[in-house]
Design a protein around this ligand. Structure first.
Ligand SMILES: *Cc1c(COP(=O)(O)O)cnc(C)c1O
Length: 241
């Protein structure tokens, strides 16, 4: 078996194993169970054959940023039993094409977008779409997501849409280089999550906290992440064409 793998495929498997080991170590250090954290493989720019290497190795969740890229790769992927999430910024005019194709949209950050997803989801067989609300925890101008201050109001306004189920929060924090800075921002996000959980949402169940990427997933797990989104640590540096 192993002998038939290409150099790239073997490298990806080795990377996955290393990520899994670091994830297990972070869970142990945090006194958490490994099963309580989902490892998502972020597959943007990655060829379907390499994505299939990690799916065949047991990864059960993938994330794509762009609607078009996902739709063009989907048929070549080994998706049996695999959850598919859209994690990139979504324009309302693309909503109809992606609802019904994925299991979750992690990047809801406006009432307008939430309504478009809800309306589109009601026309699908399932009738509902799971979503996360994206929070701009660092308050950076250039980032999508709602600010922590605006979060309660957004949640309040979208609770009337019965075609979505709000399952939790997602964040992409600023890039920090020290462990203590990384932990501080994730801790702030976790506090916000706990605070919001205390308030009742009608169309959802606040249980998922999506935070942590290649450079900071261990810190995110130490601060309560339930889903980490890992791309380059598994697949190598992205080659944008
Ligand atoms: C690309 C991307 C990731 C993965 O980033 P890496 O640093 O390569 O792990 C995670 N989340 C989102 C939203 C992304 O766009």
């Amino acid at each position: 078996m192993t002998a038939s793998l290409s150099v790239d495929e073997r490298r990806v498997l080795d990377n996955l194993k290393a990520v899994e080991e670091r994830l297990c170590a972070a869970c142990a250090a945090a006194g958490r169970h490994r099963e309580d954290v989902t490892l998502m493989a972020v597959t943007k720019t990655v060829a379907p054959e390499l994505v299939n290497v990690v799916l065949d190795a047991g990864v059960t969740c993938i994330g794509e940023n762009r609607v078009q890229e996902y739709l063009s790769k989907r048929d070549a992927l080994h998706l049996d039993g695999v959850k598919r999430h859209l994690i990139g910024h979504l324009q309302t005019n693309k909503v109809k094409r992606i609802v019904g194709e994925v299991d979750m949209i992690q990047s809801v950050d406006s009432v307008h977008l939430a309504k478009a997803i809800s309306d589109a989801a009601k026309l699908t067989e399932r009738g509902v779409m799971d979503v996360l609300v994206e929070v701009n925890i660092g308050g950076e101008e250039s980032k999508s997501g709602v600010t922590p201050d605006a979060l309660p109001e957004l949640l309040d306004e979208i609770r009337i849409f019965d075609g979505i189920r709000v399952r939790g929060l997602m964040t992409i924090p600023p890039i920090f280089h020290t462990e203590s800075e990384k932990r501080a921002i994730f801790s702030k996000m976790h506090k916000l999550f706990i605070d919001i959980q205390g308030k009742k949402v009608d169309n959802g169940s606040m249980e998922l906290l999506s935070m942590g990427m290649s450079s900071d997933f261990a810190e995110a797990v130490l601060e309560g992440s339930t889903l980490i989104r890992v791309g380059s640590a598994i697949f190598g540096e992205r080659q944008y064409k």
